[in-house]
Design a binder for this molecule. Structure first.
Ligand code: PHE
Length: 373
């Protein structure tokens, strides 16, 4: 903008008219610019363009000293008025922008923490843990307090870690016990490609655990497992196990029984009736099935215990020497026990749930009955 200079004009009236005209022009120019701005920084720049040290209006005021007294008297107050007007307009616009920004933020983030009786606050539902997670965390804590580590492992597994290292070679009848989901390469025959599978038990973690540490050790391996089974009240294709093992010197069946009983007592917070039967699993010798009296029907017989009053809960046994060998452990020097807890059955017993399929249903009416955060 052209800087104002005192006017060389014929008479005072003409000078004042010209000056007033210039002030009007400056004001108009300022307002046009101001209305096109939306950012705080731009408004501050505009303010200094007009009223800053070397701004248009400031130059104008400086030039007052070169004017004759009449000019100054008439023009001075008008120039000062313009300066005040610009300052005031800038402040108003800055305040307007600030309010707009606050409103924008409020529109995005609609939770008003200053309001206690808020309809929105009432409708916000807090989440909770799945009952299986509740039990898993509790059991992990029990084992941690007994000196066990908690290990994890892959869901997609190879034959070695899921079967061979566990004393279940190809064509072993025990493979039929665990109907397996295999990954097939459509370009090849099933026989050529039966290499990768969805783990059928968390024993794969046991193999990986043995290979990665030196005895003595004890750890548990919780996780989801997959079997191509028919579903019914007590069977699902995807379910959760918590297996574990303890390896050291001179470990006996009585150590195994002690640990298992202690764990069950901690889990159910009371003595539960148990029975031990011989059980066959290729990776343990001797192997056992530990059953508990059905807590749903009190042992009378129901769909969960298949009317026999007992629920298979804890297969276990002394680790087979071949398994120790596959895990890089000398069976002459070390031995140990292993067990597998069916977490879903445990959840059912604890909460009196009569169908395992509820656990995977994702039905919020079911899930929301359990502990909230
Ligand atoms: N891996 C076995 C299963 O899934 C459970 C098990 C673990 C049995 C350890 C005995 C010892 O059926």
């Amino acid at each position: 903008m052209k800087i104002f200079c005192p006017y060389k004009v014929k008479n005072i009236y003409e000078a004042v008219i010209n000056m007033t005209h210039d002030l009007e022009k400056i004001k108009h120019d300022f307002l046009t610019k101001l209305h096109s701005l939306t950012k705080e920084a731009d408004i501050l720049n505009l303010k200094s363009e007009f009223t800053g040290k070397t701004g248009v209006v400031s130059e104008l005021l400086k030039s007052l000293k070169d004017m004759n007294p009449e000019e100054r008297k008439s023009f001075g107050p008008k120039a000062n008025e313009l300066k005040d007007f610009i300052t005031e307009q800038c402040s108003l616009f800055l305040a307007k922008i600030e309010i707009e920004e606050i409103n924008k933020k409020l529109a995005l983030d609609r939770i008003d923490i200053s309001m206690t009786e808020n309809i929105q606050a009432k409708s916000i539902k807090s989440g909770g843990y799945h009952p299986r997670t509740i039990i898993q965390q509790e059991i992990e804590d029990i084992f941690l307090s007994m000196g066990f580590d908690v290990l994890d492992g892959p869901h997609i597994e190879d034959e070695f870690h899921n079967f061979e290292a566990l004393n279940i070679p190809a064509d072993h009848p025990a493979r039929d016990m665990q109907d397996t989901f295999w990954f097939h390469d459509p370009q090849k025959t099933p026989k050529e490609t039966k290499k990768y599978l969805l783990r059928t038990h968390t024993s794969n973690i046991q193999v990986r655990g043995m290979l990665s540490r030196k005895p003595p050790f004890r750890f548990i391996a919780p996780g989801v497992v997959f079997r191509s089974e028919r579903t019914d009240a007590s069977h699902e294709m995807v379910f959760t196990q918590l297996e574990g093992m303890m390896v050291g010197k001179d470990i006996s069946v009585s150590n195994l029984i002690y640990f298992m009983k202690t764990i069950l007592k901690e889990i159910f917070k009371r003595d539960v009736e148990v029975r031990l039967r011989p059980g066959f699993f290729p990776f343990v010798e001797p192997g056992f099935e530990l059953d508990i009296s059905c807590l749903i029907c009190g042992g009378k017989g129901c769909s969960v215990c298949k009317q026999i009053g007992w629920v298979e809960l804890l297969p276990c046994g002394m680790i087979h020497p071949n398994v120790l060998k596959a895990g890089g452990i000398d069976p002459e020097e070390y031995n140990g026990f292993a067990f597998g807890l069916g977490l879903d059955r445990l959840v059912m017993m604890r909460y009196g749930i009569d169908d395992i399929r509820h656990l995977q249903s994702g039905d919020l009416r079911f899930n929301s009955q359990f502990k909230l955060f």
